[in-house]
Design a protein around this ligand. Structure first.
Ligand code: AHR
Length: 515
């Protein structure tokens, strides 16, 4: 008898141990109501290193790299395929030094400046407003102009709006635009009122910036009666909650459409480590900062809720991504880094966080699109490669403008050196055709994860999926092995009854399609 009791309790222990290893996700399809704004999938292109020059822009007349008006055709095609909804330009820190009038008119007559923030290189202003806005048209994305506040004037700022938005031939700026070859306005809606005003944008205190913002916003108009500009206030650095509180309290709600937030992922700010040659300890630390995005958007949103309970003002995370040491031998001011499976993990979990907070986070911009920080594209002369981050964003773009399905998760821990973070991240949505997509990330560097997904409020008859993973966490796509990491068909998801069973390999991103 005693033996029987012992073996029953041993079995119970085994059962509970194996139960503990299964992650559970509950999806409530009936509660889906918030749309995942496609603008969460925005990108960022600064005059920094080889993002614009020798990245997007290889100059008119370039005979070795196929281009249209100097912009690489392969980049345009790749970003079109990625369905990027918006592109932020010209900075970053560069924005608050940028004089837009230096970047219009005949290219051989444009003045040069020194790029004060990024490597002290000479900027010849050959890529300017027309180049950027026409490039956005070709990509099919909305331009997001970050305008100079830190070293600019209100007049210069509003002249820029008039230049790009005023109807043909009826204002001084519209005439100037026409003289420069562009009759029709571009109708730019999204405007950043400075960048990092607490730092490179002027080292301002929040009250001071709130006043400056009010002053600029007063004169900003789209020159139509509808006044549909989307004005983004320069937002907090990471957990500077006082910054958000001050802006929300001091700026009238009718003068503000978005408040920004910047947060990067790294090992330690003072010791970022290599982008490719990192230990599991460094990986774990990076993922911990990436997951912190959830706490940041939750707390900034809670402050915003106090002043804007109807959530009319968006939280705009217009800089996010991994930040490591530059590649050996490259200019430290150019922020050029490779992109491994660690970056794929950052992208997967961050986008899941944004989806799950889509009631408030309605725009975001990965830093940066090409050759800078966590890029989706790297170039080397005529070669171009797509990074693991590109593939995650492409796999995830099925969520753009779909309705978020609230997901509850009980996740295993990813334990390392006494620290722990959740191993699994999830988000889900239902698109306009009624198709449900579930994005799952297993952050754990060595353990696979079994996941049971209970779906309430919908029935499905088929599941298919795609997975991004690799042999080693440190793997990356290089100019000699461009397709080492790319999405593959995922076969480890099974539907039975109302339940979905999934087995995720270690460090993997999976997107499932349920019909
Ligand atoms: O993305 C690189 C830099 O990081 C941006 O210029 C600045 O806004 C931020 O500090």
């Amino acid at each position: 008898m005693l033996q029987k009791i012992i073996s029953v309790s041993a079995m119970a222990m085994i059962a509970s141990a194996s139960l503990a290893q299964v992650n559970t996700v509950s999806l409530n399809v009936g509660e889906a109501k918030t749309v995942i704004n496609k603008n969460i999938y925005g990108h960022f292109a600064e005059h920094l290193g080889s993002c614009i020059y020798d990245g997007f822009y290889v100059r008119e007349g370039n005979k070795t790299i196929p281009n249209t008006d100097g912009v690489r055709n392969d980049i345009i095609d790749a970003l079109k395929k990625l369905k990027i909804p918006n592109l932020r330009w010209p900075g970053g820190c560069f924005a608050d030094t940028y004089q837009w009038k230096d970047g219009i008119g005949p290219k051989n007559k444009r003045p040069s400046i020194v790029n004060r923030w990024w490597g002290g290189v000479t900027e010849d202003n050959s890529f300017g407003t027309h180049d950027f806005l026409n490039m956005c048209k070709r990509i099919g994305c909305e331009p997001y102009l970050a305008a100079n506040v830190g070293s600019g004037t209100v007049q210069n700022f509003i002249d820029w709006i008039q230049y790009v938005n005023y109807k043909p031939a009826s204002s001084p700026m519209a005439l100037l635009r026409e003289q420069n070859g562009q009759k029709e306005p571009w109708n730019v809606k999204i405007w950043g009122v400075g960048n990092e005003a607490w730092g490179c944008g002027g080292n301002m205190k929040p009250d001071h910036y709130a006043n400056i913002y009010r002053q600029y916003a007063t004169f900003m108009t789209d020159w139509t009666n509808s006044d549909s500009l989307f004005r983004v206030a320069s937002g907090a650095n990471v957990d500077d909650y006082n910054w958000t509180e001050t802006l929300m309290r001091e700026i009238p709600a009718n003068m503000l459409e978005g408040v920004a937030l910047h947060h990067y992922s790294f090992v330690k700010w003072s010791e970022k480590g290599s982008a490719t040659d990192y230990s599991e300890e460094q990986y774990f630390a990076t993922m911990k900062t990436a997951l912190r995005m959830d706490e940041l958007v939750t707390k900034h949103s809670t402050i915003m809720d106090k002043y804007d309970p109807k959530k009319k003002i968006a939280l705009v995370v217009d800089e996010w991504g991994g930040w490591y040491n530059v590649e050996p031998g490259t200019n430290p001011g150019f922020l050029y880094q490779q992109n491994t499976m660690r970056d794929a993990m950052i992208a997967g979990v961050t986008l899941n966080i944004f989806h799950n907070h889509s009631d408030r986070v309605r725009m975001a911009n990965l830093a940066q699109a090409v050759n800078v920080l966590q890029s989706v594209i790297l170039t080397n002369k005529e070669k171009m490669i797509l990074t693991p981050t590109y593939h995650v964003m492409e796999m995830y773009n099925v969520h753009q403008d779909a309705t978020m399905i609230p997901a509850k998760i009980i996740s295993n821990d990813y334990v390392f050196n006494g620290g722990k973070i959740p191993a699994v991240s999830v988000s889900a949505s239902k698109d306009k055709d009624g198709i449900t997509h579930i994005s799952l990330v297993n952050i754990d560097a060595s353990k696979p994860q079994d996941i049971v997904v209970n779906i309430n409020g919908a029935k499905f008859s088929s599941v298919s999926g795609r997975v991004l993973t690799s042999q080693k966490l440190q793997d990356y796509n290089s100019f000699t092995e461009a397709s080492k990491i790319q999405p593959a068909i995922f076969r480890d998801a099974k539907l039975s009854g109302g339940q979905l069973q999934v087995k995720l390999p270690p460090f993997a991103v999976v997107v499932l399609t349920l019909k």
